[in-house]
Structures are given as structure tokens and as C-alpha cells.
Design a binder for this molecule. Structure first.
Ligand SMILES: [Zn+2]
Length: 216
């Protein structure tokens, strides 16, 4: 059963296709079977924090949390996901993602398989990244990172090897990746315990932020 309010941030629940709460970005389906301590539905809505403030809060609970290390691993996840996407490799993507996101991402991969298409990505590189939003929720911390990246992206029909969409011009783009982990998590040596819960293109992120403001 889906609750009417988000168990993580207590906002009125608007569920996205990937199972995430539109307000805090965490995969709500992860929590479906876990009763939350004190998870009252009429608790005050947990507001998104400015990145500095949010990271300070995470470090207070987890002094070993290292923002530079986090950014390094976030960049690796970004590149690994691009590779998994062009390889149409669902298993490679699984450990990077929450179950809800993996389900919707896999459905997109399946569409390419069904249509005998491959999305070739060349020269993929991250030009810059920055944490832009933190939600310190009832069950999860959610940290949203803005990536600016460049790649060459085109689609090939695998039956003919012909390019059917896009071209070999490098393009820059911006995407927002939301990572989540339990609020009780503590950094232990070298382990990256954050999973991706939400991927948004620039326009989607702006629209979502706008909805939050109007609600709020
Ligand atoms: Zn929420």
C-alpha cells in the first residue's frame, strides 16, 4: 500500500514513475515493508536544505563522511551508468540504483532492445559536478548532485549498423542525480553506501522544483 504522505519527508506524496517522492527524491518503494520509528503522517514536512547546511548535518551524524570522496564516487557512478546504458546492461546498473529506479531504467533499456537500437556514447566526460540539494529525512538522506557533462550520442540500428538518430557532434548537457542512503548509515572504509534513486534532466528538475515551491 502507498501511504498518502511520504514516509521520509512527510510531504503529500506525489509518486514519480521511478517510485520516488517528488519532494525529497527518495525511492519510497524501498520503505514499503519497513515500519518507521515515529513516522507520523502529519509531521512537519522536511524541507530541502542548501548543500553546505545539509552536508554539515550529514557530517554531524557521520563524521567520517567525506564530501570530496562522495563526489568522486558520484562521478564514477555517473560514468558507469552511461556505460551500462550504452551496453544495455541491466545487471551492471543494478548495484548503482534503488529498486524503483532500476525498474524504470530497465524498462527504457528494454525499449531499445525491442526496437533493435543501441545508443552509442563516445568521449563521455564530466565537466563539473556540485551538490545542489540535501534532504535529511525521517529514514533517508537524499543528496542531489548537478552534473554538467559532454558526450557524443547517437542511435544505431543494430540490424544494419546505420545511424538512425543523432550525430557525432559533441554535446554538453546537465543532469541531476539524487543519491540516497539510510539516515543511520555511517561511512566505513571505502564503501559507497549511497544508491541512485532519481535521474532528472535539467527541464524535469526545474519543473519538479517549481511544483515543490507551489506546494510549499
Ligand atoms: Zn519525500
Amino acid at each position: 500500500m502507498i501511504p498518502s504522505n511520504c514516509p521520509n519527508c512527510s510531504a503529500r506524496l506525489e509518486l514519480n514513475d521511478d517510485g520516488t517522492c517528488d519532494h525529497c527524491g527518495v525511492d519510497v518503494t524501498v520503505m514499503a515493508n519497513e515500519p518507521l520509528a515515529g513516522g507520523s503522517t502529519d509531521a512537519a514536512v522536511v524541507s530541502p536544505l542548501a548543500p553546505d547546511e545539509g552536508i554539515a548535518l550529514i557530517r554531524r551524524a557521520d563524521p567520517a563522511f567525506d564530501p570530496a570522496g562522495f563526489e568522486r564516487r558520484a562521478e564514477q557512478a555517473f560514468l558507469a551508468l552511461g556505460q551500462a546504458w550504452q551496453d544495455r546492461d541491466r545487471e551492471a546498473a543494478r548495484p548503482l540504483m534503488s529498486p524503483g529506479l532500476h525498474k524504470s531504467w530497465s524498462a527504457n533499456v528494454q525499449m531499445f532492445v525491442d526496437e533493435h537500437k543501441r545508443n552509442v556514447l563516445e568521449g563521455m566526460r564530466v565537466d563539473s559536478l556540485a551538490p545542489v540539494k540535501v534532504v535529511h529525512g525521517n529514514a533517508f538522506d537524499a543528496l542531489t548532485v548537478r552534473f554538467t557533462a559532454t558526450w557524443i550520442s547517437y542511435e544505431v540500428d543494430e540490424r544494419t549498423d546505420r545511424v538512425i538518430a543523432g550525430d557525432r557532434t559533441p554535446q554538453s548537457f546537465t543532469e541531476f542525480f539524487t543519491f540516497q542512503r539510510s539516515v543511520d548509515a555511517r561511512t566505513t572504509d571505502g564503501r559507497f553506501d549511497w544508491v541512485l534513486s532519481r535521474l532528472q534532466r535539467e527541464a524535469d528538475y526545474a519543473a519538479s522544483a517549481d511544483r515543490s515551491m507551489r506546494r510549499g
